[in-house]
Design a protein around this ligand. Structure first.
Ligand code: RIB
Ligand code: CA
Length: 304
């Protein structure tokens, strides 16, 4: 089993990524850390605990950053994409358990140090928790197995501006800090995630499952697909951004990329743009190819 920490801003596709990770026996989920992004960090923590309750999972949840690494927030909540509650307006009540004591940054540092070169960190929200962890304990750069980041748009347009992807745009300084730190990163950006598609028909089949998980995930995903339809008329489904980052850890052969040096625009019209320069010694592998049908089949076999 691969030990992982999943860092989330739950969010609908984060909820799908959590379900995929928890339902995959190849992964040992050491903990789920939360940050602001799609929603506030408090809402992301609550939503994560709600999703885990549906999964009947006791994985620890540790709250993290509520604001960007350096600047005042540039991105608020996204009710038009993820609903008023962040999970497609499916929230029925508060989770039965709460988050663990302590904070996400200390948890990441502690887990990585306990198991040198073993722990993979999967980030599917802003890179704030990781940037704070590297600043506090720079030695983790050498001690982590690798970081798989859902974020960025290197060869394709952005999704919040023509240049920038949402997770990088929400905290560009954190992303820049992480990419420059030398920590080994596999970048699962819009370059590959926009090539994945969960169709309305596939999502509808979840409703026929007899557990409560299927209808719960279907209801929130239907909301997400509604937003996709408004942004990309006729698309007939949604991209699986955050789940692909989990898939790439279970099955690295789902994606292929090239080593690069990555830079993030920190001001101006192109704020949050990720520019890659080919460099065999670069610390970031930017994925540009994905076997989307193999990934989708695998994802569906694990979730619902
Ligand atoms: O750009 C896609 C990313 O932004 C996903 O992580 C989604 O959850 C949002 O945070
Ligand atoms: Ca996310």
């Amino acid at each position: 089993m691969k030990p992982i920490i999943l860092d989330v801003d739950t969010g609908i596709d984060d909820a799908l990524a959590i379900s995929y990770a928890v339902r995959s026996q190849e992964l040992e989920v050491l903990g789920i850390t939360t940050c602001f992004g799609n929603v506030t960090v408090e809402e992301a923590t609550r939503n994560t605990l709600v999703v885990l309750e549906h999964l009947e999972s006791e994985v620890p949840v540790i709250a993290g950053a509520g604001k960007p690494f350096m600047r005042t927030p540039t991105k608020g909540s996204t009710p038009h994409i993820h609903g008023e509650d962040g999970i497609g307006n499916t929230l029925k009540g508060l989770p039965k358990r709460g988050a663990e004591e302590g904070n996400a940054v200390d948890f990441i540092i502690d887990q990585v140090k306990r198991r040198p070169r073993e722990v993979t960190l999967i980030t599917v929200g802003t890179l704030t928790n990781l940037a704070l962890a590297i600043r506090q304990a720079p030695e983790i750069v050498e001690l982590v197995e690798r970081v798989v980041v859902m974020g960025g748009a290197v060869t394709v347009p952005g999704n919040v501006t023509p240049y920038a992807e949402a997770n990088v745009y929400a905290d560009p300084d954190a992303a820049d800090y992480v990419f420059r730190s030398g920590i080994p990163v596999t970048l699962i950006g819009l370059d590959v995630t926009m090539k994945t598609l969960l169709s309305i028909d596939e999502m509808d089949r979840w409703r026929t499952k007899d557990s409560t998980l299927g209808p719960f995930l279907a209801d929130m995903t239907e909301f997400y697909m509604g937003a996709y339809e408004r942004f990309y008329p006729g698309i007939g489904g949604c991209a699986l951004h955050d789940p692909l980052a989990v898939g790439a850890v279970i099955r690295p052969d789902f994606v292929r990329g090239d080593r690069m040096r990555l830079q993030v625009n920190l001001d101006g019209e192109a704020l949050g743009r990720t520019t890659g320069m080919p460099d065999a010694a670069g610390s970031v592998t930017v994925c540009t190819e994905v076997d989307a049908s193999l990934f989708l089949e695998h994802f569906l076999s694990r979730v619902c």
